[in-house]
Design a protein around this ligand. Structure first.
Ligand SMILES: Cc1ncc(C[n+]2csc(CCOP(=O)(O)OP(=O)(O)O)c2C)c(N)n1
Ligand SMILES: [Mg+2]
Length: 371
């Protein structure tokens, strides 16, 4: 764990460079292509995560073009560059057993968690057949009965919401073997809800995993205007939880560190805070060109594309061939196209006949609590 950063603002300007130097050391060694038995499980896991990353990237590319064609109601926020982090978390969780609350840049995590592309396409295109019946913002989709929480826009509240679900399960005697997880941005960590949720989880020793995708910006606010400690992982100590740091551009590292944090929480290790370092490779949303991101940051190791790097890692380790990756890409692209083609044909909800009661009542809510 790092200590508290005591430097001045001018020193904070060096942070991206320091991070880059750490990442060079971190990422230059690829694993040996000779597989042992233990490596086979890793191989499977990395292939699964990579396919979720690719699926998320391709789905989002389609959403971006639909947005530019004026076909989407509302904004589109991409997770470009964050797929290794997101998919490593989604693939470590099991729908129906665990609790997952994804955020705006978590399409890859949703795919890894098992959300069909069709649910995604239907929500973005406002189809009444979608999981939110075409009534809600495109990222506010989920199925709480399966532990899949619909995103809450108020940053930080997902930490409290997941902690609350875990606490409720404990009270009902249903927590055994479960993990609850969410992802948040660097900016979101400045909210009261983040603090309250993590503190409660720490005191209650809940199996909560919080991933901070430190992508260097909150809208256009750089990290050194967001927090004054050297690294957000230093905060774990203050909360009394286990802290981890990971190179968010590396599939191998994310799979190991994020997968390890989920297992540690599942095995009774209490809350885990993982800080992933990366750069947002898109604008805040598709309406933003991100022109405020300095050139040196765009050229740093933080800006490596995790999907490209992940392919290199899989190939170098002998876990996949270039041909297989091309094949996955083509299959996933077809699956995205098919989902969008179906959703495009479907009608929006009819305001005259729609039941406007909140969707968070009986059919959608977590568990089957009697009020
Ligand atoms: C409590 C709260 N304050 C402000 C906002 C408006 N807002 C939406 S996204 C965003 C920036 C978030 O930055 P960060 O947490 O770093 O996530 P990133 O967009 O970089 O993934 C802000 C300020 C909000 N949704 N919730
Ligand atoms: Mg951010």
């Amino acid at each position: 764990m790092n200590g508290v950063w005591q430097g001045e603002a001018k020193i904070n300007a060096e942070i991206p460079l320091l991070i880059s130097q750490r990442l060079i050391k971190h990422c230059s060694v690829l694993p040996s292509p000779t597989l042992t038995d233990a490596d086979l499980q890793t191989k499977d896991q990395l292939r699964t995560i990579y396919r979720a990353m690719l699926g998320g990237r391709l789905m989002e590319a389609k959403l971006s073009s639909l947005y530019k064609a004026g076909k989407i109601v509302g904004g589109v926020y991409l997770g470009t560059g964050q797929e290794a982090v997101s998919a490593s978390l989604g693939c470590s969780l099991t729908m129906g057993r665990d609790v997952y609350s994804p955020l705006i840049r978590d399409q890859a995590g949703r795919t890894g968690f098992g959300e069909p592309f069709l649910d995604c396409a239907r929500t973005y295109l406002g189809s009444a057949a979608g999981p939110m019946r075409g009534r809600d913002g495109n990222i506010h989709r989920g199925n709480p009965a399966e532990g899949y929480l619909a995103m809450i826009s108020h940053l930080g509240t997902s930490v409290s919401a997941v902690a609350g679900v875990l606490l409720a399960r404990r009270i009902k005697g249903e927590l055994e073997g479960c993990v609850g997880a969410t992802c948040i941005g660097d900016g979101g960590t400045s909210t009261g809800a983040f603090h309250e949720g993590l503190n409660l989880a720490a005191v209650e020793k809940l199996p909560l995993v919080v991933i901070i995708a430190d992508n260097q910006f909150a809208y256009s606010t750089p990290s050194d205007r967001q927090f004054a400690c050297r690294d957000l992982s230093a905060r774990a100590e203050g909360y009394g939880v286990k802290g981890h740091e990971v190179d968010g551009t590396s599939l191998e590292d994310c799979a190991r560190v994020i997968g390890g944090a989920v297992e540690a929480a599942r095995e009774g290790g209490g809350p885990q805070l993982v800080v992933a370092k990366l750069l947002r490779l898109s604008g805040h949303g598709e309406h933003d060109d991100g022109s405020y991101v300095p050139q040196e940051l765009r050229q740093s190791l933080l800006a490596r594309d995790c999907v490209e790097l992940g392919a290199e890692q899989l190939i170098a380790a002998g876990h996949a061939t270039r041909e297989e990756i091309t094949q996955w890409s083509s299959e996933l692209r077809d699956a995205v196209q098919e989902a969008v083609a179906i959703a495009t044909q479907e009608a929006a909800p009819d305001a005259r006949t729609e039941d406007w009661f909140a969707l968070s009542t009986p059919s959608m809510r977590e568990g089957d609590y009697e009020s």
